[in-house]
Design a protein around this ligand. Sequence first.
Ligand SMILES: [Zn+2]
Ligand SMILES: [Zn+2]
Length: 131
Amino acid sequence: MKESSEEFALAFISAGSIWVECEFCQRVHFADDPSAGDFEEGELEALRASAEEKPDEFCGHDGSAYWSIWEGKALVLGCPCGADVKLEREVWDARDWITNYLVARATVEADDAAETKRRADAAAKAIREAK
Ligand SMILES: [Zn+2]
Ligand SMILES: [Zn+2]
């Protein structure tokens, strides 16, 4: 898989910006479009000049650059470094144990929530009866 899937983008990508740095490869992605958002005076021109000068380090897009945080770092959708492709592959390859974990953890959380509610109801009843 050379690109991450649409399903991955919908589930994992949470933000869009006029520019963002991929913190997995330090490449800057930017919206090469003045109408894409609120650029500061001269900001888009500077980004375009940088892209002209260092095409490997700056990447212009038709619209916003889409990204999310993974391992505490900005991960940019479609970055040539392939961080999104790698993440999708890792998650998909680990889907069985991730699913097992999610089911087990959700069950524990639901049981804990039920216990908390049972105690809260008992406390509310005791307060009512004490009046
Ligand atoms: Zn990257
Ligand atoms: Zn890009």
